[in-house]
Ligand binder design. Structure first.
Ligand code: HEM
Length: 401
């Protein structure tokens, strides 16, 4: 990899220092108000400083026009421009609802160039702040230095890493075949990773401050325009591992109409390597379907019982992470505080953009797939799992993780 240019380094330094300081100062001004959701007529000098200082860095990079420093550099610069544009959106210096193109022409051009060159959407993605957020002497990129923001991005990143680890463990069972007795170590590894994800969700639920998260962290994840087009916000689901788990465990199918749309929509918000992994795992039969095919003839075989125990242990833990996400995290940190907002501030509180009730319905569907809930309108694996559970001779055979 070639060394980073001076302009790249200077922008990165700004993104890690002055940028979060100014955002945080603004957050504190907003937060002191009776109406914490208001951003109008407050901190105008700080807003202008963020806009103008960032613009200076971006024009230098845009003139340099060099994205040939390798994927890592292009990815990092794309993230830095994206953080800047997301902050402009957060402080209402731009709003896609009142514009038909971004007022930030150079930032848009740079993002479009970088995004197209690496095969990602031209905006900051979850990976920039979570599982690909490179620390420099311990300092991760963030919008502010607020403790609740670090809690959120760190626990999100840990959660993603655990789910990736679980997906990776299951993926390695595919070439072995689910009936192979050595799959046991992989089921155990996946169960252990999911136990960690469960503990992380519980920690986040207990420690994150609802008001700080809702009013000072979440608003940076709104959709914004790059050039003419509006791009939805980043969310912690923009990595392949979660869908690899869905598909490998067989809890939904890539051909399900709702789920297929979700996969297509998120493709460009993921790293290219994640895009490739996701495509790959759409081509395999799920472990659940493998076992179902073997059930009639082999249910009593020790290898069948071991595989069934292993698979159910992973499925049960994965269902628990989905329950936590829905019933704890989304409910406490989004749905609850949203209910107290007046109508003027309701627009754009979700990262993906749709109204809250539509978003909650979409998340409920994912929850129902992952918990194999009985539903008459969509195909979940409720009946198949009930059939398999009835075949398990010794339920204590499930891995303990
Ligand atoms: C998506 C809320 C933490 C995994 C979403 C969405 C919301 C949300 C509202 C829908 C996307 C949108 O906003 O438009 C929250 C809140 C969290 C939190 C309030 C904590 C305060 C996490 C963590 C993980 C996670 C720790 C685990 C890595 C996901 C996934 C999706 C998602 C996978 C994509 C939809 C799906 O496939 O389920 N989250 N989330 N979230 N989140 Fe979270």
């Amino acid at each position: 990899m070639r060394p980073m240019s001076q302009a790249t380094l200077a922008f990165d330094r700004w993104i890690r220092t002055a940028f979060p300081q100014m955002n945080e100062a603004l957050e504190n001004l907003y937060f002191e108000q009776d109406d914490r959701a208001n951003t109008q007529g407050i901190g105008d000098a700080l807003k202008a400083a963020i806009r103008d200082e960032g613009h200076g860095h971006i024009v230098a990079l845009w003139r340099e026009g060099n994205t040939g420093e390798g994927f890592d550099s292009a990815f990092d610069v794309l993230g830095n421009v994206g953080l800047y544009m997301a902050a402009l959106r957060r402080h209402e210096l731009t709003n896609p609802a009142r514009e038909d193109r971004s007022p930030f022409a150079e930032a848009s051009s740079l993002s479009l160039h970088l995004g197209a060159s690496i095969g990602m959407a031209p905006r900051f993605a979850t990976a920039h702040l979570a599982h690909r957020n490179r620390a420099v002497a311990g300092v991760r990129k963030s919008f502010t230095f607020l403790a609740d923001e670090f809690l959120f991005i760190d626990e999100n990143a840990r959660g993603i890493l655990c789910l990736q680890r679980a997906a990776d463990a299951l993926f390695r069972i595919v070439p072995l075949g689910v009936s192979n007795p050595v799959a046991d170590v992989q089921f155990e590894a996946a169960a252990h990773a999911l136990d960690q994800a469960i503990a992380i969700n519980a920690r986040l639920f207990a420690a994150l401050d609802v008001e700080r998260f809702f009013f000072s962290v979440r608003p940076y994840y709104k959709p914004y325009r790059v050039g003419r087009q509006e791009y939805r916000g980043a969310n912690a689901g923009d990595f392949a591992g979660i869908n690899e788990l869905d598909l490998l465990l067989g809890l939904t199918r890539a051909s399900d109409p709702h789920y297929a749309q979700l996969l297509v929509d998120k493709m460009l918000y993921m790293l290219p390597e994640d895009q490739a992994r996701l495509r790959d795992c759409m081509r395999h039969r799920s472990l659940l379907d493998e076992l179902l095919l073997l059930a009639d003839d082999h249910a009593a075989a020790p290898w069948f019982q071991a595989a069934l125990g292993g698979l159910l242990g992973v499925i049960d833990r994965f269902a628990e992470t989905a329950r936590q996400h829905h019933a704890l995290l989304v409910d406490r940190f989004i749905a609850g505080p949203a209910a107290t907002l007046d109508r003027a501030h309701m627009a754009g509180i979700t990262a993906s953009g749709p109204p809250l009730d539509a978003l909650l319905r979409a998340l409920q569907l994912l929850h129902d797939f992952r918990t194999a809930a009985p539903r008459s309108d969509v195909e979940t694996r409720h009946a198949d799992l009930a059939r398999l559970r009835a075949l398990l001779v010794d339920p204590s055979a499930e891995p303990v993780g």
